[in-house]
Ligand binder design. Structure first.
Ligand code: CU
Length: 189
């Protein structure tokens, strides 16, 4: 299930309901008002408003819990005990990515199935570090800020070529500030 598509459908249904409400009101324009009917309508609409308020309130808490429970930003202090740790430095206008304990410049190669900790910082100005999955969707993203190590934990499930792009405008070379790396299955597949 792709959350973006679900949210898109919910938004469309919501917009459709609002449109239907407007169409109903337009269709009632010019009809003479009946005092008793108006009183009854007011009572009914007050009950509807209360019911809708509680439905929205419950929806807010359930939706917040369901979506933020899996929030991908981990504890920022202390070690995360991930098997793979990648140090990321954003600079105008390139990404330097190296596996902890390996020399900088080695080809970055990650495997599926075990968590990867990305420690993201910047050598100059703020950048936006985003990893795009092979299907073109953003897998994870966080800010790259000078003086801070922003940690993000991600377990790759799909092998393939992943792209890194900058999501925060950082100067003339922002758009081509791109790099890529491969993710394979642990068996090498
Ligand atoms: Cu940028």
């Amino acid at each position: 299930m792709v959350y973006q598509n679900v949210v898109w459908v919910i938004a469309l249904v919501g917009m459709g309901l609002v449109t239907l409400g407007f169409l109903y009101i337009i269709s009632q324009v010019g009809r003479p008002a009946d005092a008793d009917a108006v009183r009854g309508l007011n009572r009914r609409s007050a009950r509807w408003r209360s019911a809708l308020f509680f439905i929205l309130l419950i929806g807010f808490f359930v939706g917040s819990y369901a979506t933020l429970n899996q929030f991908p930003i981990p504890e920022q202090s202390g070690p995360l005990a991930a098997k793979q740790v990648v140090n990321v430095i954003g600079r105008q206008w390139s990404w330097q990515m190296s596996i902890e304990g390996q020399p900088t410049g080695d080809t970055l190669h990650l495997v599926t199935g075990s968590p990867v900790e990305f420690r993201v910082t910047s050598g100059d100005v703020n950048h936006g570090f985003a990893i795009y999955a092979p299907d073109g969707r953003i897998a994870i993203q966080t800010q790259a800020m000078p003086g801070f190590d922003n940690k993000i934990l991600y377990t790759f499930t799909v092998p393939g070529k992943y792209m890194v792009r900058c999501l925060e405008y950082c100067g003339l070379g922002h758009a081509p500030m791109v790099t890529e790396f491969d993710v394979t299955n642990p068996t090498g597949g």
